[in-house]
Design a protein around this ligand. Sequence first.
Ligand SMILES: Cc1cc2nc3c(=O)[nH]c(=O)nc-3n(C[C@H](O)[C@H](O)[C@H](O)COP(=O)(O)O)c2cc1C
Length: 352
Amino acid sequence: MYPLARPFLFALDAERAHGMALRGMDLAHSMGLSRLLTAPSAPFPTKLLGLTFPNPVGLAAGLDKNGDHIEALFALGFGFVEVGTVTPRAQAGNPAPRLFRVPEHRAIINRMGFNNLGVAALVKNVEALKTRPGILGINIGKNKDTPNDQAARDYLNCLERVYPLADYITVNISSPNTAGLRELQEEQQLRALVSTLREAQEKLAAQHRKRVPLLVKVSPDLSDEDIDAASRVLNDLGVDGVIATNTTVSRVAINQHRLAKEAGGLSGAPLLGRSTATLRRLRTRLPEAMPLIGVGGIMSGADAVAKTSAGAQLVQLYSGLIYRGPKLIGECVEAIRRRKEGRSSGMRTDHE
Ligand SMILES: Cc1cc2nc3c(=O)[nH]c(=O)nc-3n(C[C@H](O)[C@H](O)[C@H](O)COP(=O)(O)O)c2cc1C
């Protein structure tokens, strides 16, 4: 059904189309019609982070900032859904227009700026869930007007609030749309922030008698030296996993396009190479046992396999969902499954 809806949605302003698509998806779910949108794939349980993911393909953060659509999103066939980024206090984000499709490149530019209703609203939505058919990640950030030297307070505040409800928690320090946020990836700032959060995680684990994994989401714009330094810190401090990557500020791949000068993060097909290279380098710098989630530019099953070949155990989608619709989820699940079965039966594939 998505191929029928797409021309209509693409004729609208991108942010309006996003809103309409999410409302349409909720409606289909409430009527038990999600199967019209996609044929769910057979289960492909994947154990990671002490959790069993129904399949290794998830929704990346940013589509459902407030956790308003979780059940309908799971009904599309995602093995996990990451909601947020959420901040302690509600904030409006940047003025519109702030979301642009670049169809010639199957890309998106966004400068949403963490528009969200605040952590309390997200907590309320998650508490109200009737079913939870997959793994729920909650992605946390800081408010725009919180200076970096107080950022830890915002992350701590969110961490404490979402801890009892999340299956895993992502620390987002890589969005390009909050001024200065990505500086938190710099070695010393990263060490200070993550060690504070790791200490809090241990305390919360004892308090709630459950250990919720803490992951850090990184940018594709880190230099090799930055990746190496960040890997050292994340490994030293024992984070549970890394998500690579967020959007890029680079416009190299679309520099002739009329929208190339729009400020914000670029996602979709042009991000695949850079994002996968970041993932691959992280894989070589982090211990083999450290879980990695690959995200950035997955538009096909082959792209998802490129991420697992580069070292990811799980993948996430965002822009691909806009361009290809929900059938991309099953396509990625099946491609990863075929790759895994091929490997275990000793077959070689193109990606090796
Ligand atoms: C409109 C939009 C909003 C996003 N918002 C967030 C966000 O709030 N937090 C976050 O960690 N990533 C956010 N992202 C980044 C995605 O989660 C993902 O890392 C990135 O888009 C690369 O994946 P893709 O090429 O499959 O889209 C956003 C992406 C888009 C397109």
